[in-house]
Every structure is written in structure tokens, then in C-alpha cells.
Design a protein around this ligand. Sequence first.
Ligand SMILES: Nc1ncnc2c1ncn2[C@@H]1O[C@H](COP(=O)(O)OP(=O)(O)O)[C@@H](O)[C@H]1O
Ligand SMILES: [Mg+2]
Length: 245
Amino acid sequence: MLQIQNVSKNFEGVRAVDDVTFTVENNEIHGLIGPNGAGKTTMINLISGLLSVSSGEIIIDDVPIHKMAAEARARLGIARTFQNLRLFRNLSVRRNIEVAEIHARDKGASDPALIEDAIDRFGLRSSLEEAPGSLPYGQMRRLEIVRALALRPKVLMLDEPAAGMNSEETGALFENLTWLRERHPCAIVLIEHDLTFIMSACEKLTVMNMGSLLASGLPQDVTKNQEVINAYLGQGNKDQQERNK
Ligand SMILES: Nc1ncnc2c1ncn2[C@@H]1O[C@H](COP(=O)(O)OP(=O)(O)O)[C@@H](O)[C@H]1O
Ligand SMILES: [Mg+2]
């Protein structure tokens, strides 16, 4: 459904993304992993339209979107959260969510019951009238997810959603993402460093390193790939690899 075809991005002197090709299918949870600086956030910026590609194509449901403005891509169903949170600081938690809901309503896709359920699931009910800046970090991250969900996306991209969360919060997040996808079928692209989280959550994995694609496919195949092991999994994760054999 979402096709990334030979996509590259150059910043002066840096090839942040180098000829990357992979596909995200309908309704799959797709992990995007790799060491720091691999180009993961840049890839999400290219898909969401925050950055434009230097070359290559991005296609959703057969529609090329890589030349569209971010707004237009959002209307086509691409939503994302940010590694460095970007909430509307002057609006209440509820208003942050409503801003996204208005967009969904415009395209006839608003589902107030879904959002009310998500507010409960993601633990935001008691903070609805607060300013986002006053929330604990984990809650701000969860607000970003609910706000993105309120757009009723086809593709939901989450950039390190568990960063700054403790292991209990991370566990709950995993359960909530599973719930979210059942309640609102969509593809989820998940950038995450916690391999336990990734291996239990993701049906497909794409691994990047220094801008390049190392592997893309089923987790059990990708984690056996020698280049992936050398670049990312390393010695510390031998146990994980044993289990995946
Ligand atoms: N706006 C930018 N200008 C210049 N270089 C950038 C910019 N954004 C990212 N980069 C560089 O691109 C590379 C990939 O970064 P990034 O996509 O953030 O990696 P990741 O999310 O995998 O850690 C890094 O070398 C980074 O310094
Ligand atoms: Mg990043």
C-alpha cells in the first residue's frame, strides 16, 4: 500500500537516505530500526512531507505523493508523531486532539467514540483540560499518538514512541498499539530501539544503517541477515537471534 522506491535524501554533504526501497502493507505493524543516524527519522519526514526527496518515489495506494505538501499527504491518510514532541503548547490536551478531529470530520471520517475510547486507553482522561507541557513525558507521547489517531490515518508513523517511558509504560504502550490497530485498522510504522518491543510488536522489519537499507522483510529473516547482525544487533543480542532461529 505504501511504496518507498529508490528514495534518497541529501543534506549538504550528507546522504541521510541512500536509495532505499521497501513496502508497507495494509494494516501491518512495520518496524523501522537501525543505529542512531541511520536515516530513520529522515525517512519518516520524507514520507510525511516535512522534507522533500532528492530522488525516488513515494506511492500510497498507487498515488505518487512525494511531490505533495505535507497537508495534502495528511489528507490522504498519513499521520505521524515526532521524536522531539510537537504539541500545541497553548492548547489544552482536549483541544490538541480536537484540531486533528476537525480534519477527520472534513473528510467524513470522524469517529468520536473511537477518540473517547482512545483517551481512556492512553490514560489522558484526567488531563484533558491541562496544558500538554504540564504532563509527564510519557503522557505527552501518548497524547501525540491519540492526536495522530484522531486524523483517522491509513498510515500511522511513530518515531520512538517509547522513548523516555519506563518498562511498565512501554508494556502498556505495546498493548495499546495492538488495541489501536484492532479498533482502527491502519498500517503502523514504528521506529523503536527496544528490540523486545520491536520483535513482539512487528510483523515486518526494515533495517537501515548510515542511510542505506540493510534488509526488509519478516523479523525472523531480517534478524538472521549477517549485515544486520554486524551493523545493529551486535553481540549483545545473540540470545535474541538464537530464539528467532
Ligand atoms: N535537517 C538536516 N540537516 C542536515 N543533516 C541532517 C538533517 N536531518 C538529519 N540529518 C543527518 O542525516 C543523518 C540521519 O539522521 P536521522 O534521520 O535523524 O537518523 P535516525 O533517526 O536514524 O537517528 C544524520 O547524519 C543526521 O545528522
Ligand atoms: Mg531519529
